[in-house]
Design a binder for this molecule. Structure first.
Ligand SMILES: *Cc1c(COP(=O)(O)O)cnc(C)c1O
Ligand code: SF4
Length: 454
């Protein structure tokens, strides 16, 4: 095959055997051997939380990423296994009572839905404000918030190889139709992109688009090689499969087809960026994880890394410094450190902005320049992505220095602004303008935009 000639690095993988994908959900907690030695109380707590929040973990994560001698403090254990503190006491007690009383499945689901409805699944005006239209029709599964980048949520990619306990997209996984943002409609996506020549980046996201078969992915991406899509320079694919199922890129049946697809897009002049979601260096400790990275890079695709700062998982500078170093060593470009946004389990996971900035800065101090490409800590808020750039004193007042990395109005980008310092604030809406000012510079315009979009 000529692709082997073009890409001599893409040698077939022989030393890794194909592996069956075996996954456990909330109903199979009792079948996971690794947790059967945990205290009975812990197992019960897991069941209670998993009755409300999505739970899904596969054997590879259980057997090869978690250091069971460190449980419950192991970061990957915290990343995927439900913990009591993830539910408010009142919600926990309510569900615990139901399980103890042996309530049936249907009753449990009704209460689970009531609790979930109280947990604000779509922060930052995601649903109302970013719905693009084609020929007067709203396009499901497409979001266009920032001028140059369109987000696409393919319908077949609305799940993941495991679930992260902190994930804000949980509303998509629990099968609530109203909340499901998805699309089977490649044609509509292409129609929209063809009309919007200001768009340079297509970001395919989920869930995890890498749960899709290569054939499905190719249906969306291959047409972009036509000349009418020359303005689409970059194709980004957001994924955590490099952590949760690296076999996807190495030994799965259509793994070679996948790397060939990447290579074809690269050959045709597209920048292909795999946006790898990493939280902790422990996610990149297996041979298969490294092989997956190597194979992706051999296609000419780039891997950029991003992930949120999460209490109990990676809320320390050493973990981030080690992650960034490891990424650079393997040829991955650190891109973003996110601040965790409003989620169902916010209280359990949240880290105050001041602490987030200190962790970021301490981690930066420990690494070389090549690992200092991660921006952050960054909040993906309604008006845009806002970075905490520093904590300082101006005219006797302690302040946060902030800037937009992305703005609903592109003119907001890179403009420094200031908020009163706070030890406890965890999100933009908890911050107040510094220097006695009444509003942040963008607020009136943002309010007007919200009204305009109904
Ligand atoms: C982060 C983000 C993007 C991409 O922004 P970049 O700064 O180009 O990485 C696009 N759309 C949405 C909604 C985002 O949150
Ligand atoms: S992989 Fe991404 S979408 Fe899936 S659960 Fe984790 S954070 Fe959410």
């Amino acid at each position: 095959m000529n692709s082997i000639v073009t890409f001599p690095n893409r040698i077939p993988t022989t030393e890794f055997e194909e592996r069956r994908f075996k996954v456990y959900t909330d109903r199979q907690l009792d079948k996971i051997d690794a947790i059967q030695n945990l205290p009975e109380e812990t197992l019960f707590e897991m069941k209670v939380v998993a009755s409300v929040l999505p739970f899904r973990v596969n054997e590879y994560v259980i057997n090869e990423l978690i250091d069971w001698s460190k449980v419950p403090n192991d970061p990957i254990y915290q990343l995927v296994f439900p913990q009591k503190g993830m539910l408010k006491d009142e919600h926990f007690e309510r569900m615990a009572r139901m399980l103890k009383e042996g309530a049936d499945k249907k009753e449990i689901q009704v209460v689970a839905k009531e609790i979930r409805d109280e947990l604000n699944p779509h922060p930052a005006g995601q649903m109302e404000m970013n719905m693009p239209e084609l020929e007067g029709e709203v396009l499901d599964g497409v979001q266009h918030k920032y001028r140059e980048t369109v987000l696409f949520f393919p319908a077949q990619g609305q799940t993941c190889h495991s679930y992260c306990t902190f994930c804000f997209r949980w509303a998509q996984f629990v099968g609530d139709k109203d909340l499901k943002m998805s699309s089977t409609e490649a044609e509509k996506l292409h129609g929209y992109l063809q009309e919007h020549t200001e768009v340079t980046d297509l970001l395919v996201t989920g869930g995890d688009p890498m749960v899709m078969k290569t054939k499905s992915l190719a249906q969306y991406l291959e047409p972009l090689l036509q000349p009418e899509f020359d303005h689409i320079q970059t194709i980004r694919i957001g994924t955590k499969a490099l952590t949760f199922w690296p076999y996807r890129f190495v030994t799965d049946k259509d793994a070679d087809e996948l790397t060939d697809l990447f290579a074809r897009l690269v050959d045709a002049g597209k920048h292909v960026a795999i946006m790898a979601h990493y939280n902790h260096w422990q996610e990149i400790t297996t041979d298969i994880a490294e092989e997956a990275i190597r194979r992706i890079r051999a296609t000419g695709a780039e891997i950029r890394a991003q992930g949120p700062l999460i209490k109990h998982v990676n809320d320390n500078a050493d973990a981030w410094a080690k992650l960034w170093k490891k990424e650079v060593q393997l040829g991955i470009i650190p891109y973003y450190m996110f601040v965790e946004r409003d989620t169902g389990a916010k209280n359990y996971f949240e880290v105050p902005l001041a602490e987030a900035f200190n962790i970021y800065r301490e981690a930066m101090k420990k690494v070389s320049g090549l690992a200092r490409t991660a921006r952050g800590p960054s909040m993906s808020a309604g008006p845009g992505k806002v970075e905490v750039q520093g904590i300082t004193e101006v005219a006797g007042e302690k302040v946060f220095v902030l800037r937009f990395l992305q703005g609903r109005n592109p003119d907001w980008v890179q403009r420094p602004f200031f908020a009163k310092y706070s030890d406890t604030a965890t999100w933009l809406h908890e911050l107040e303008p510094a220097f006695g000012e009444e509003k942040f510079f963008f607020e009136d315009e943002f309010e007007a935009m919200k009204k305009g979009n109904g």
